[in-house]
Design a protein around this ligand. Structure first.
Ligand SMILES: Nc1nc2c(ncn2[C@@H]2O[C@H](COP(=O)(O)OP(=O)(O)OP(=O)(O)O)[C@@H](O)[C@H]2O)c(=O)[nH]1
Length: 447
C-alpha cells in the first residue's frame, strides 16, 4: 500500500490517539499527529507523548491559522524553519473551529504536534502494555526520565488492532468542514471497530479534498475525561458528597442551594491506572432542570442521590430515572445512593427499600412504572440476573465520609474497565466489588 499522509486531529484522549496512531501505521499512513485540547475544562495541556520534552518546535507560533486545507503548506513552511527540532512537542493556539458551535464555544483550543517522537511514543505505549497497565492516562502523565534510553527503531508487533479498537470508547466523532463538508456527529457513546474508523476517515477525506484528492485524511475526535454527574433533589447532599470526596471534609451549617452547575476534576487511581473524573455537581432545584439536561448527554456515569431522612426525595427517584432515560446515553453507568446515612435516628427510608428500588431500576424500569409485576419479576430473578441488570446501590454519608470514596472509585473502576478491558481479563462486576469493599471496611455496621 502506498504511503499516505494523515493528519490526526483529536482532543481529550491520549489513549485514543495511541490506538489510532497504531492503526494508521498499520495502513502505511505517514502520520502527523496533532492534538487539540480544551484549555478551560481541564488542567494544563497533557502531553500525549508523555515525557517528551516540550522544547518549542518553532521559535514562534504559526502566524496563519492551521486548517486541513492549509495543513500541507503549513508543514512545508514549518519544515523550512531553522528552529525546528526533532522529538519535541509544541503547544500552540489553534482557532480551528471558527463558526460558533455551542458545544465547543467554551473551548480555548490548544494543540501540540508530535512528530519524530512517534516511535518513542509507541515504544512507551508497548512497555506500558507489557506491564499490563492499560491505556488510560499514563501516557499523558509520563515522566521525562522514561524517555531517555529508548532506542529509535521500534516495530509494531502483533498489534491486535481490531480488538483494541473494539474496546475504544469513542465518545463523539465530529467531522465538519466548510461548505459542502460532511458532518458526522451524534455518534458519541458507541464502541467502534476498525471498519468504522476507516469509513469515517474516508468520509473526512472526501469532505475536504473531494474524490480526486485522497492524500490526506482527517479525523476529529473528542474523547474527554470521564464525566460523572451528581443528580437528585435539592438538599440531598450532592455538593457535600463531592466536597467530601474531593477535600475529605464536611462543611456543616446553613444550606445554600447550588445554582446551575459546577464541576471538579479528580484523578482516581484504579488498578495502577489513573482515571480522570470530571464530576459535575448539578442543582437539584426544579428551575435549573433545563440546564442540567444539557449535561446528561455527555455523562459517562450518573450518581443519583436521595436523602434517607426525606421520603419525597426517595419517591422522586423514579422521575429522575425517567429523565436520565430521556436525556442520557443508554450506556451510562448509574449508581443509586441513599445519603445522610449518619442520621439513622431520623431515617424515613429503610435500607432495604433503597436496595429494592435499585433492583427494579433495571434498564426497563426507567420506562416501566414500578408495578407489582415488576417487583415480582425482580424478586424471582436469580442473583446473577439482578447483579447484571440492577443499579448498584449503597448508603453514604457526606458527613462521616462512609462509602463516599467507594462510590466514586467503583464508578471509576467500571469506566476504566469499559474503556480498556484486556482480552483475558474477566468482566468487572461492580456489584461484587462494592459488596466486597463494604465488607472489608466494615462501613455499614451502624445501618
Ligand atoms: N447529616 C448530614 N447532613 C448532610 C449530609 N449531606 C449533606 N448534608 C446537609 O444537607 C444540606 C444540603 O446539602 P447539599 O450538599 O448542599 O445538597 P445538594 O443536594 O447539593 O442541594 P442542591 O445544591 O440544592 O441541589 C446541607 O445543610 C448539608 O450540610 C450528610 O451526609 N449528613
Amino acid at each position: 500500500m502506498p504511503k499516505r499522509e494523515c493528519l490526526l486531529l483529536y482532543w481529550g484522549s491520549s489513549a485514543l490517539s495511541v490506538v489510532l496512531i497504531r492503526t494508521l501505521m498499520q495502513f502505511s499512513l505517514e502520520l502527523v499527529s496533532f492534538q487539540t485540547h480544551s484549555g478551560i475544562r481541564s488542567t494544563p495541556i497533557p502531553s500525549p507523548s508523555g515525557g517528551v520534552r516540550t522544547t518549542p518546535l518553532f521559535n514562534r507560533p504559526p502566524t496563519n491559522e492551521i486548517s486541513p486545507l492549509n495543513f500541507s503548506e503549513w508543514m512545508r513552511s514549518a519544515k523550512q524553519d531553522g528552529s525546528r527540532q526533532s522529538g519535541v512537542t509544541m503547544p500552540f493556539e489553534c482557532n480551528y473551529f471558527q463558526q460558533p458551535r455551542p458545544q465547543f464555544e467554551d473551548y480555548n483550543m490548544k494543540g501540540m504536534l508530535i512528530e519524530n517522537s512517534l516511535s518513542q511514543f509507541l515504544k512507551h505505549e508497548k512497555r506500558r502494555q507489557e506491564r499490563n497497565e492499560g491505556l488510560v492516562t499514563e501516557v499523558a502523565a509520563g515522566e521525562e526520565k522514561k524517555w531517555e534510553n529508548l532506542d529509535q527503531d521500534f516495530h509494531i508487533e502483533s498489534p491486535n488492532i481490531h480488538a483494541m479498537l473494539g474496546r475504544v470508547y469513542i465518545k463523539k466523532v465530529k467531522v465538519e468542514f466548510g461548505e459542502g463538508g460532511v458532518r458526522l456527529d451524534r455518534l458519541w457513546g458507541r464502541k467502534r471497530d476498525l471498519g468504522y474508523i476507516l469509513q469515517l476517515m474516508s468520509h473526512a477525506a472526501r469532505a475536504v479534498y473531494g474524490q480526486t484528492h485522497r492524500k490526506d485524511i482527517i479525523i476529529i475526535i473528542r474523547a474527554a475525561r470521564r464525566e460523572t454527574i451528581l443528580v437528585g433533589d435539592s438538599g440531598v447532599g450532592k455538593t457535600s458528597l463531592l466536597v467530601q470526596f474531593d477535600q475529605g471534609k464536611f462543611i456543616p451549617g446553613s444550606f445554600s442551594a447550588t445554582v446551575g452547575i459546577g464541576f471538579t476534576n479528580k484523578e482516581v487511581t484504579v488498578d495502577n491506572v489513573k482515571v480522570q473524573l470530571q464530576i459535575w455537581d448539578t442543582a437539584g432545584q426544579e428551575r435549573f432542570r433545563s440546564v442540567t439536561h444539557a449535561y446528561y448527554r455527555d455523562a459517562h456515569a450518573l450518581l443519583l442521590l436521595y436523602d434517607i431522612t426525606n421520603k419525597s426525595s426517595f419517591d422522586n427517584i423514579r422521575a429522575w430515572l425517567t429523565e436520565i432515560h430521556e436525556y442520557a446515553h443508554t450506556d451510562v453507568v448509574i449508581m443509586l445512593l441513599g445519603n445522610k446515612a449518619d442520621m439513622s435516628g431520623e431515617r424515613a427510608i429503610r435500607r432495604e427499600e433503597g436496595e429494592r428500588l435499585a433492583r427494579v431500576s433495571l434498564r426497563t424500569a426507567t420506562q416501566t412504572p414500578l408495578t407489582p409485576r415488576v417487583l415480582l419479576l425482580t424478586a424471582v430473578c436469580s442473583p446473577s440476573f439482578i447483579q447484571e441488570y440492577s443499579v448498584p446501590f449503597m448508603e453514604t454519608s457526606a458527613k462521616t465520609g462512609v462509602n463516599v470514596e467507594l462510590a466514586f472509585t467503583a464508578v471509576a473502576k467500571e469506566l476504566k474497565h469499559r474503556a480498556i478491558q484486556h482480552p483475558n481479563e474477566p468482566k468487572f462486576q461492580i456489584h461484587k466489588y462494592i459488596d466486597s469493599q463494604k465488607e472489608k471496611s466494615g462501613c455499614c455496621s451502624y445501618f
